[in-house]
Design a protein around this ligand. Structure first.
Ligand code: A4P
Ligand code: MG
Length: 172
């Protein structure tokens, strides 16, 4: 639908947003299922696709347990910052306490806004696309199942091609 047609109908234009999900504390599978169902219930938002769940070795400087990672594609008419706030609120409702946590350390749930249509922005609260998206197989493997042809704006490469470039690393 064109923007003018959407305006005639009084509806905000919908965008496709991709969200990466991670958990390595407590009942990891239950946490991912709960987060997916909370995202599917957000206002003005529809769950379009959900990847399988991958068990992955922890990346980064912190010694911690294995993660479960997955990804979803949402269709939403929320603005990017409103969607980010909704994701942070789901994390809080599931017991994530950023104030008490080590950066990159264990977390009951982590929801990263990976892509929001073709938006590119660098603001104090939100960077799009997610700045580390292209270098992480725990993000690209699940996302390649559900959005293989999405082109990462600013990088100009498809998720599938970025995934293939990283193949052979940590996802098991
Ligand atoms: N923020 C800015 N842009 C975004 C965005 N596109 N999506 C801001 C989400 N948040 C964004 O994030 C800190 C702040 O970034 C947010 O409040 C938001 O305003 P955070 O989630 O609180 O911080 P974090 O998760 O501790 O840090 P970061 O850098 O997001 O960590 P990552 O990148 O999530 O890495 N290994 C495996 N195998 N699997 C994992 O899932 N995850 C991490 C954490 C480390 N190693 C891992 C995994
Ligand atoms: Mg995060």
């Amino acid at each position: 639908m064109t923007a003018s047609r959407a305006l005639q109908l009084g509806k905000a234009e919908c965008e496709r947003a991709c969200v990466g999900i991670g958990s390595n504390l407590g009942d990891r599978l239950a946490a991912i299922e709960r987060a997916v169902s909370a995202m599917a219930s957000l206002p003005s938002t529809r769950l379009l696709a959900c990847s399988s769940i991958h068990e992955t070795d922890p990346m980064g400087p912190i010694l911690q347990g294995a993660f479960l990672n997955s990804a979803v594609v949402l269709e939403t008419s929320l603005a990017p910052l409103d969607l980010l706030d909704s994701l942070l609120s789901i994390e809080r409702s599931m017991g994530r306490d950023r104030a008490a946590a080590v950066r990159w350390g264990p977390r009951v749930i982590d929801l990263d806004l990976l892509l929001f249509g073709s938006r590119v922005e660098t603001g104090p609260r939100l960077t799009l696309p997610h700045p580390r998206l292209h270098e992480r197989s725990f993000v690209l493997e699940p996302l390649a199942e559900i959005a293989p042809n999405a082109v990462v704006p600013g990088i100009g490469r498809r998720i599938l091609d970025l995934r293939d470039a990283l193949r052979g690393t940590v996802v098991r």
